[in-house]
Design a protein around this ligand. Structure first.
Ligand SMILES: Cc1ncc(C[n+]2csc(CCOP(=O)(O)OP(=O)(O)O)c2C)c(N)n1
Length: 378
């Protein structure tokens, strides 16, 4: 296995002095290591993978040195535009190393949303004419790949990629200590159960990518509630609120709720402006803010350093509430907001982490869709 520390040292020896990206489950130990050891000027957890390419581009323009962008291959799509129309050698010719966690690699069992993305990832890089090497966990090959990537990026003035297989990285040698949270703060799953128990029966819930969808699924089971009004957005991180808005605009009589994550809300923050300025569509947008990308390893987001509630207010939501973290307050506010028309926003502060035996939906995405549309379209 590749040591995160040794791999980072190999990159640093090649002059890589700035890293930015969105955390990934396969890269989580490397991400945790760089997050723990690098000073703020050397590392930024970006809002999305495309903005990370922008940051890396700016760093190179200002310093001439070689940046690294890290991401899960789910986020490759977010990078396509800035890689092809900014960093590409036929545009501004900006060298950078792109480290990609290869979920859904052929032959590796993975969730449905990763299968096609995994299969086409090499072809996408080929189509973008980005040279790449694959890291499978051999430490010497990884050090050699770091040298190759740096030399190639510099020689061609262009992005190059390293595709990382599952299990390639060993444990992070250093980790940032877990953030202190009040002992009374609700777990995200408990908050989701509270919300689903309080909402009117039959509310349409669009849940975001990662554990929020899985915990909604479990909560419905625990409460003995029907699951056919839930849309579990297993992929396309950051788009759940717009899916909910699309439904709400088309179905004025439905009680539509989006259960969003803070990382997901930040990833496509512009969606909040679209909701806030939408002339129609009754929608309750709830962000479960744990200040972390919990589903992929718990790396921090900036969502507890800013005010999502103030952003919602400034975006023009009709009603804005929170941040709340206390059980009785949450119950009362969800009950109140469910009765109010318009675009509504509620921020809940919850603790990071999930239970180890959290299940996964048994239905496939298309089965989920079939049940969902049958119920929604009535
Ligand atoms: C475009 C894209 N980038 C990255 C990922 C990997 N990913 C899945 S869930 C997740 C974290 C989500 O964080 P947040 O929305 O705050 O929810 P939490 O897991 O903390 O509940 C990430 C980074 C992805 N699925 N899609």
């Amino acid at each position: 296995m590749i040591s995160p520390k040794a791999f980072h040292a190999a990159l640093a020896a090649q002059g890589v002095d700035f890293l930015t990206g969105v955390p990934d489950s396969l890269l989580k130990d490397f991400c945790a290591y760089v997050d723990a050891v690098l000073p703020p000027e050397g590392h930024v957890i970006a809002a999305n993978e495309g903005t990370a390419v922008g940051l890396a581009a700016g760093h190179h323009l200002a310093t001439g040195s070689l940046p690294m962008v890290y991401l899960q291959n789910s986020g490759l799509g977010n990078t396509v535009n800035p890689l092809l129309s900014l960093a590409d050698p036929e545009v501004y010719a900006l060298p950078m190393i792109v480290l990609v966690g290869w979920r859904g690699a052929p032959g590796v069992k993975d969730e449905p949303q990763h299968v096609k993305q995994g299969r086409v990832t090499p072809a996408m890089l080929d189509a973008m004419e980005i040279p790449y090497q694959v890291l499978d966990g051999d430490p010497e090959a990884a050090a050699e790949a770091a040298r190759w990537a740096a030399a190639t990026a510099r020689a061609t003035n262009a992005p190059v990629a390293l595709l990382v297989h599952k299990g390639a990285f060993g444990k992070a040698e250093e980790k940032r200590p877990a953030r202190e949270v009040p002992a009374t703060m609700l777990a995200r799953e408990a908050a989701i159960r509270l919300v689903t128990a309080t909402l009117p029966a039959g509310s349409t819930i669009v849940a975001t990518t990662g554990m929020i969808s899985r915990e909604l699924y479990e909560s419905r089971g625990a409460l003995g509630q029907d699951r056919s009004s839930d849309f579990l957005t297993v992929g396309s991180m950051g788009h759940a609120s717009q899916i909910a808005l699309g439904i709400a605009r088309a179905k004025p009589d439905a009680q539509v709720v989006c259960l969003d994550g803070d990382g997901a809300a930040l990833m496509h923050l512009g969606g909040m402006a679209t909701i806030g300025t939408s002339a129609t569509g009754d929608l309750l947008h709830i962000v479960l803010n744990n200040g972390a990308h919990d589903s992929v390893g718990g790396q921090p987001t900036v969502a507890q350093q800013i005010s999502l509630t103030a952003i919602a207010s400034a975006c023009g939501y009709d009603v804005v509430a929170g941040p709340l973290e206390e059980e009785a307050e949450i119950r009362a506010e969800v009950a109140r907001l469910a009765q109010v028309p318009g675009r509504r926003f509620l921020e809940l502060r919850v603790r990071p982490g999930s239970r180890a035996d959290l299940g996964r939906p048994k239905e496939s995405p298309t089965e989920n869709k079939a049940q969902f549309i049958t119920r929604l379209r009535g």
